[in-house]
Design a protein around this ligand. Structure first.
Ligand code: HEC
Ligand code: HEC
Length: 263
């Protein structure tokens, strides 16, 4: 009697282990093949580029033209010229949801983005095609020296964004926002383009390597002080969601096995 119960338990247990291994393998595969979002995913040839620029122009005519003008030359009292602001400025403004601006306000607010990353790239490439300007480099933007980044952050950024990078008020109702929600590319773009009251940190002020040092520092600070979420590598929300998903599935599985075992 007893031994048959154990045999059953053993069988159930073996199945659970097999299932777990299969799920683990699936997770690994997913992580290995899930797309990493570089700005120029899918833009490999000149033809791709032409398509992106064309699509970008369409999006621009629908969402931006009323404030920035037919040829991005700007509209008095509505929006500035975008000639020469570069792909970096567009990516910054659009990916942080600041643009399209909903209404005239002292300072465009960060909000959930209206365009997905592909559309953002298209808009960025269209504006880039009009007047050139700064672009965000591809590749790992955090490959830097964290402690050097800390020193650079305290001298160049902390005055406005606070030592903790939590942000702070500036004069006349403006403010430097928290850096806790920023991505690597947004950090790079902010330095390169200097939105609103933020100074531009061109490559003469901060070399590309120094920018990466700062990004490494800011992002590490975010991770070490982040009260929520799990510190699963530095790979962002996809693996974290995946782990939550797997843990959930495994929990359900054990609950099911437990209920089956009871009956
Ligand atoms: C309701 C008007 C309005 C709309 C619509 C709008 N913008 Fe803007 N845009 C502005 C204003 C005003 C500013 C300057 C305010 C600021 O810098 O915070 C600005 C600033 C920008 C900048 C920064 C320029 C620089 O010098 O760095 C970019 C880039 C930009 N807009 C892109 C876009 C794109 C792309 C769209 C369409 C998806 C768009 N905007 C839609 C009003 C608008
Ligand atoms: C003089 C004050 C000032 C300094 C110095 C400054 N910033 Fe800013 N920063 C601002 C302001 C103001 C904004 C908001 C701009 C807007 O909303 O258009 C901003 C926005 C940003 C954003 C966008 C945050 C978001 O909402 O996602 C990032 C990233 C950023 N700054 C990084 C930096 C870094 C890195 C440095 C140092 C190299 C720095 N800033 C130095 C004033 C400053």
């Amino acid at each position: 009697m007893k031994s048959s119960v154990f045999a059953k338990m053993g069988e159930r247990f073996r199945r659970a282990v097999v299932l777990l291994l299969a799920l683990g393998a699936l997770g690994g595969l997913y992580a290995a093949f899930s797309p990493t979002s570089t700005a120029k995913d899918g833009v490999n040839t000149a033809a791709d580029e032409a398509t992106y620029v064309r699509e970008g122009q369409k999006l621009y005519s629908e969402g931006c033209i009323s404030c920035h003008g037919r040829n991005a030359e700007g509209v008095t009292d509505r929006g500035p010229s975008l000639i020469g602001v570069g792909a970096a400025a567009v990516e910054f403004q659009v990916s942080t949801g600041r643009m399209p601006m909903a209404r005239q306000e002292a300072q465009a607010q960060r909000k959930p983005p209206v365009y997905d990353s592909d559309e953002t790239t298209q808009l960025a490439m269209y504006i880039q095609s009009l007047g050139g300007g700064p672009e965000i480099p591809n590749g790992d933007l955090r490959e830097g020296d964290m402690s050097a980044g800390g020193v650079l952050f305290r001298t160049n950024c902390a005055a406005c964004h606070a030592f903790s990078s939590n942000g702070g008020a500036l004069s006349s109702g403006k403010f430097a926002p928290t850096l806790k929600e920023t991505t690597d590319r947004q950090l790079y773009a902010a330095m390169l383009t200097g939105p609103q009251n933020m100074p531009v940190f061109g490559d003469n002020q901060l070399t590309p390597q120094e920018k990466k040092d700062i990004i490494a520092y800011v992002q590490s600070m975010k991770e070490s002080k982040d009260p929520g979420g799990l510190g699963i590598g530095r790979t962002g929300p996809v693996p974290e969601g995946l782990v939550a998903f797997l843990v959930g599935i495994v929990a359900c599985m054990f609950a099911a096995l437990w209920i089956a075992g009871k009956s």
